[in-house]
Design a protein around this ligand. Structure first.
Ligand SMILES: [Zn+2]
Length: 625
C-alpha cells in the first residue's frame, strides 16, 4: 500500500510517542492489493468550478447546522454528557450516536483543507464527552448506558456495532487531520472489548446494520493492528449461517440484513440498500488485504444486478420505503422511489472501492452518476435543508427538511462532501488515473503534481497541466465516460486521437497516453456534451412512453414553477434542446430549454429541484412519437 508522506509522518510519530501501547513488533501488516491507489483528498485542492459553492456552503452552513442540531435542537450531545455522568435519560433513537460521529468525521475532513481553531475546539469538546461516556470495559453506546447496560449485546439490530463503526471512522479521520489520538484510543478500547466477547471460539454475532466491517479495516490501516482486519473478516463471514438474532418480525426476511446466505454466495441484491452498500465496501476492503477472491466474484454479480436492473437513472438505489431497499428487478416507480441519500453516497463509496481493485472506469461512471444526482440532490442550494428520500417525480408535496428524527442523511452528507476530493485522481505503478473532471490542484505523488482546469459538467473541455519533479516516464489514464461519443485529446496542442475516429489507445474506459512527461506539459480532453434523450429499459413499466433528458453526468427534470402547463407538455422526436443563458436557480447552474409539444419546456438539473416555489416535478417526461 502506498501511503502519503503526511500519513507516514503521523504514523511514525505516534509509534515514537506511544511505544507501550502499540509496538511495531505486535503489528503483522498485510499487503494491500489494489490496482489503483487514490490520491487522498488532503492532497487535492478544489477552489473553483461546479463543486466549489457546494463545498463553501458545507463550510459556512452545513457544519453549523449539524452542531446546532446535535447540541441544541436534539439531545444527541446531551446523551453523551448524561452517559458520562451516569445520570439522566437517553433521548432520541438508539442509533443517534452515529450521527454525532458522522458529523465529527465531516468536521475532521473539513479541518484537513481548512484549518479552523474554533471548529477543532468544538471537536475536542465532543471527543472529551465521548471518552468520558466510555465504560470501564471499553463499551461505548449512550443508549444502553442510559437504558440498562444489562441489555447490551442482546439484539443484533440495535446498531451497537454500526455506531461503533462510525465512531472508528470519525476517530481515524480526526487523528489523520490533527494527530490527536484520544478518540482513536477510545476506538481501540471499544474494538478490543467487542473482540473479547465475539470471535472464533467466542459468541457469534451478525451486526444488523453493516458498517463496522469497513471501519475496522480503517482502524487496522491506522494502527497497524491486524487483529482488527481479521475481526472485520470474521464478522463478514458470520453472515448467512443462521447466527443472526433479530426482532421476530424479521424472522423470514433475513435478506433485509444481507444474512440469508454466506456473502461469497450472494449473486443478487436484496434487502436494505444502505446496509448492502456498507457490507460490499467492507467485502472489498477485506479482499484488498486478505485476497478473499470469492468475494469479488460475488461483488461482480451484485454490481451487475444493481446497476443493470435496480438502479434509477439518477444513480439512486433502493426502490421501496417498505424496507428502505430493493424489491423486484426492473420495478422502478418514480413518485414512490425511495432512493435514500445515504444509499447514493453508499454507491459512491462502493464503486470507488471497485475501481481501486480493478482500475475499471465503468465504476467511476456509476460513481459520477450517483454523486452528481442522487447524492447531491440530498442537500439544498442553501446547504441547510436535506432530503432523506429522493423521488424522480413529485406532486409538489415532497420537500427537504431542516433535520430528521433519523438523521443519517444530513450527517452522511456532512462527511461525504468535504472528502469528495478522494475520487478525482488515482495512482498505480503504471501512472496517473484521472477519474473525475473537477478543477483542482493535486499533489499526486512525490514526483508529480497535476493542475486541472475545467467548467465541467457545464462544458466538456478539460485541461491538465503536469508538474513532474523530473522527466516522468509513465502512463496517463484519462477516463472517457461511457456516454461520451465524441471527444478529442491533444498533448501540447498536437492531436492524439478521438473517440469518434476510434484511434485512441483505450483500456478499461481510460484513454491511455504514454510519454516522457515534463514540466508544463498540457493535455486537453475536449468532450462534446450534447443533450441526450434516454429511454428506460423496456422492462421498466413505470417509464413506458417516457423519456429523460441528460447532459454529461447530469440528469435534468422539469418543475412546475418553470412550466405552468406542466401536465400538457411532452417531448417529441423533433424537440430541439438549448443550453439557455437564463439562470433561474443561481449563476452557477445551467438550465435547458426544449421545444416540446404543448409549448416550450424548461429543464433544470435534478439535484437543484425543490429549491423554489413548491410544485410538481418529473424526471421522466411524456414522449409522443
Ligand atoms: Zn440516510
Amino acid at each position: 500500500m502506498k501511503t502519503h508522506s503526511l500519513f507516514k509522518r503521523e504514523l511514525a510519530s505516534f509509534f515514537i510517542l506511544l511505544p507501550g501501547l502499540l509496538l511495531m513488533s505486535s503489528c503483522q501488516s498485510a499487503h494491500q492489493e489494489q490496482a489503483v491507489t487514490p490520491v487522498d483528498f488532503s492532497q487535492v485542492k478544489i477552489e473553483e468550478g461546479f463543486w466549489s459553492p457546494v463545498l463553501e456552503r458545507h463550510k459556512q452552513t452545513t457544519m453549523a447546522v449539524c452542531i446546532d442540531q446535535m447540541e441544541n435542537q436534539t439531545g444527541r450531545i446531551q446523551n453523551f454528557i448524561n452517559a458520562a455522568k451516569k445520570e439522566g435519560k437517553h433521548s432520541g433513537i438508539y442509533f443517534d450516536d452515529s450521527d454525532v460521529y458522522k458529523a465529527l468525521e465531516g468536521f475532521a475532513y473539513s479541518l484537513v483543507n481548512h484549518p479552523d481553531a474554533a471548529l477543532e475546539a468544538k471537536c475536542d469538546e465532543w471527543i472529551d464527552w465521548m471518552a468520558a461516556a466510555q465504560e470501564e470495559d471499553g463499551y461505548l453506546n449512550t443508549y444502553y448506558t442510559l437504558t440498562g447496560l444489562e441489555n447490551r449485546w442482546t439484539d443484533m439490530n440495535k446498531h451497537e456495532m454500526y455506531c461503533a463503526g462510525h465512531l472508528f471512522e470519525a476517530a481515524v479521520a480526526y487523528y489523520k487531520a490533527t494527530g490527536k489520538r484520544k478518540l482513536l484510543d477510545v476506538s481501540c478500547r471499544f474494538a478490543d472489548h467487542m473482540m473479547s466477547i465475539f470471535g472464533p471460539g467466542k459468541r457469534d454475532w451478525v451486526p444488523g446494520h453493516e458498517e463496522v466491517e469497513l471501519a475496522l479495516v480503517k482502524l487496522y490501516e491506522t494502527t497497524g493492528q491486524k487483529k482488527y482486519l481479521d475481526f472485520a473478516h470474521w464478522l463478514i463471514e458470520e453472515r448467512g449461517h443462521g447466527y443472526g438474532v433479530y426482532d421476530i418480525r424479521f424472522k423470514d426476511h433475513v435478506e433485509y440484513f444481507q444474512d440469508d446466505r454466506p456473502v461469497a454466495e450472494m449473486r443478487s441484491i436484496a434487502g436494505h440498500a444502505v446496509r448492502a452498500m456498507f457490507l460490499y465496501c467492507g467485502m472489498v476492503d477485506v479482499t484488498s488485504y486478505l485476497g478473499t477472491s470469492d468475494y469479488m466474484v460475488a461483488l461482480d454479480s451484485l454490481w451487475e444486478d444493481v446497476v443493470c436492473r435496480n438502479m434509477y437513472i439518477t444513480g439512486g438505489i433502493g426502490q421501496s420505503k417498505h424496507n428502505e431497499g430493493f424489491t423486484a428487478d426492473y420495478s422502478l416507480p418514480n413518485k414512490e422511489a425511495y432512493c435514500e441519500t445515504c444509499a447514493s453516497v453508499g454507491m459512491v463509496f462502493w464503486n470507488w472501492r471497485m475501481m481501486r481493485m480493478t482500475g475499471d472506469a465503468k465504476y467511476v461512471d456509476v460513481l459520477e452518476k450517483s454523486m452528481y444526482n442522487g447524492a447531491l440532490d440530498g442537500i439544498s442550494l442553501t446547504g441547510d435543508h436535506f432530503f432523506y428520500v429522493n423521488p424522480l417525480a413529485s406532486d409538489g408535496d415532497h420537500h427537504r427538511k431542516a433535520w430528521y428524527g433519523c438523521a443519517c442523511c444530513p450527517s452522511q452528507l456532512c462527511r461525504f462532501l468535504p472528502s469528495m476530493g478522494n475520487y478525482i485522481y488515482g495512482m498505480s505503478d503504471k501512472g496517473l488515473y484521472v477519474n473525475l473532471f473537477i478543477p483542482s490542484n493535486a499533489h499526486c505523488s512525490k514526483d508529480l503534481d497535476v493542475e486541472q482546469k475545467t467548467a465541467y459538467p457545464w462544458d466538456g473541455r478539460v485541461e491538465l497541466t503536469l508538474h513532474p519533479r523530473k522527466t516522468w516516464k509513465k502512463e496517463l489514464r484519462i477516463r472517457i465516460p461511457a456516454w461520451c461519443q465524441e471527444a478529442s485529446l491533444t498533448v501540447n496542442g498536437q492531436a492524439v486521437g478521438s473517440v469518434q475516429e476510434g484511434n485512441l489507445s483505450m483500456d478499461k474506459g481510460y484513454a491511455v497516453l504514454v510519454g516522457s512527461w515534463k514540466e508544463g506539459d498540457k493535455i486537453v480532453l475536449d468532450m462534446n456534451l450534447p443533450v441526450r434523450v434516454e429511454a428506460a429499459d423496456p422492462r421498466v413499466k413505470e417509464d413506458e412512453g417516457l423519456r429523460a433528458v441528460v447532459r454529461g453526468p447530469l440528469v435534468y427534470c422539469m418543475e412546475e414553477v418553470d412550466n405552468p402547463q406542466f401536465d400538457k407538455l411532452s417531448l417529441t422526436p423533433d424537440t430541439q434542446f438549448t443550453l439557455t443563458e437564463e439562470r433561474p436557480l443561481s449563476d452557477d447552474i445551467r438550465c435547458i430549454t426544449a421545444t416540446g409539444k404543448g409549448g416550450d419546456i424548461t429543464l433544470i438539473p435534478y439535484f437543484a429541484w425543490d429549491n423554489r416555489v413548491p410544485g410538481k416535478m418529473q424526471v421522466w417526461i411524456p414522449y409522443q412519437d
